[in-house]
Design a protein around this ligand. Structure first.
Ligand SMILES: NC(=O)c1ccc[n+]([C@@H]2O[C@H](COP(=O)([O-])OP(=O)(O)OC[C@H]3O[C@@H](n4cnc5c(N)ncnc54)[C@H](OP(=O)(O)O)[C@@H]3O)[C@@H](O)[C@H]2O)c1
Length: 163
């Protein structure tokens, strides 16, 4: 089973601020939806709570240390490896790691693939993606886009696979 990180980060590695996103980029939301729809997705408790409700059409696995934690419509685990195991037992060919910062930090070394959206700007934030060691990854896709009326920043969809 392929373990894939999916993330949108700025030039200075910001992914969020005050438990929310810091940009509105509908093109990235569409890309994210296309990639993850129908799949098992793994996220930290804080990322789940940053959303109104679990993302429809996907099976959400939430990672928390709280043994009493419950979230409607979600599977709960206390170790990210248990999340991988659940996806594997359910015959998934690919599982998606959705963040946030803490979950990326503990899974980057375990991931086989990164679907990276580069938002080409710098932002203030309090949640960061760890530095990607490019020696470890092969870039297999790069699609660059200019800003448009709906998407205020230049951006790129970049796929990285572990060498
Ligand atoms: N730009 C993007 O692509 C993107 C994607 C996702 C999220 N985000 C942003 O990222 C921010 C949230 O990131 P975050 O780092 O604050 O939170 P997070 O990674 O979503 O969740 C952190 C929580 O995960 C649980 N956890 C962490 N490590 C664990 C471990 N080893 N074992 C068991 N449970 C563990 C803990 O839950 P308990 O406290 O319940 O124990 C911890 O508080 C928000 O701003 C969000 O908008 C951005």
């Amino acid at each position: 089973m392929i373990k894939s990180i999916i993330v949108a980060k700025s030039d200075n590695n910001v992914i969020g601020k005050e438990n929310d996103l810091v940009w509105h980029m509908p093109a990235d939301l569409k890309h994210f939806k296309n990639k993850t729809m129908g799949h098992y997705i793994i996220m930290g408790r804080k990322t789940l709570e940053s959303m109104d409700k679990p993302l429809p059409g996907r099976t959400t696995i939430v990672v928390t240390r709280n043994k009493h934690y419950k979230a409607e419509g979600c599977l709960i685990v206390h170790d990210v490896n248990d999340a991988f195991q659940i996806a594997e037992e359910n015959k998934q060919e690919e599982v998606f790691i959705l963040g946030g910062a803490e979950i990326y930090k503990i899974t980057l070394h375990l991931a086989d693939k990164i679907y990276l959206t580069e938002i080409k700007a710098t932002f203030e934030g309090d949640a960061f993606f760890p530095e990607i060691n490019r020696q470890e990854w092969r870039e297999v896709r790069r699609d660059e886009y200019e800003p448009d009326e709906k998407n205020p920043y230049p951006y790129a969809f970049v796929d990285l696979v572990r060498k």
